[in-house]
Design a protein around this ligand. Structure first.
Ligand code: TMP
Length: 217
């Protein structure tokens, strides 16, 4: 099974990835967890380039760098793991590109769809969990964790996070548009619920998916 997590920065995806991995392993599944960008030596270097706050990168170059990282990870790690019957849980995938580079940066969505297809080798997630949070709540979380005053641009944030409030509002609207287009694949969960509540919702949706998906799993 190929499961992806999506949401704006600070939505709590990584906590849920860990909980879901543990749950699947307890059921005897072999599980690989990964996050984008990154996951191979070259993809990790691309990640550093993309997130280093002092790098000035054009929107198209940014799109191609995220896509290059994805192409590496797909071919070298994810496709072999899926072929071996492993479950793969991936923190961000092509929906991030559509939301951030498409809706956030304003790049052409048809061009993005083509590039996403190339970078992902045409492979699509079986199910995607989208944790929905307003950018204001996301930043509030981040800064309160560090006991710092709230700021929409800060040295504390990476290059993407420093894109400003309006950028994040467009990204969130983008996620909602993606969800509307593919409600059968994407499950939206309120990220303000507690981590155990979110986990329970994930498990019940996963169960429904397994029951309705012709014994794929
Ligand atoms: P993260 O690993 O902390 O989520 O950081 C990755 C950042 O990169 C995050 O701000 C989302 C952004 N991103 C894109 O803009 N496009 C993409 O395709 C991916 C995978 C991530």
């Amino acid at each position: 099974m190929f499961i992806t997590f999506e949401g704006i920065d600070g939505a709590g995806k990584s906590t849920q990835v860990v909980k879901l991995k543990r749950h699947l392993q307890e059921r005897g599944r072999e599980v690989l967890t990964l996050r984008e960008p990154g996951g191979t030596p070259v993809a990790e270097q691309i990640r550093e380039l993309l997130l280093e706050s002092h790098n000035d990168i054009t929107s198209i170059a940014e799109l191609l760098l995220f896509s290059a990282s994805r192409a590496e990870l797909m071919e070298k790690i994810i496709m072999p793991a899926l072929e071996d019957g492993c479950d793969v849980i991936l923190d961000r995938f092509f929906d991030s590109t559509t939301a951030y580079q498409g809706y956030g940066r304003g790049l052409n969505l048809d061009m993005l769809a083509d590039i996403n297809r190339i970078a992902s080798h045409g492979i699509r997630p079986d199910i995607t969990f989208y944790l929905d949070l307003t950018p204001e709540d996301a930043l509030m979380r981040k800064f309160s964790e560090k006991s710092l005053p709230l700021a929409f641009e800060s040295e504390e944030l990476d290059r993407m996070e420093n894109s400003g409030l309006e950028f994040y509002q467009r990204v969130r609207a983008g996620y909602h548009a993606i969800l509307e287009a593919e409600p059968q694949r994407i499950v939206m969960i309120d990220a303000l619920l507690t981590p155990p509540e979110i986990h329970r919702k994930i498990l019940s949706n996963l169960h429904n998916f397994e029951v309705t998906s012709d014994g794929k799993n």
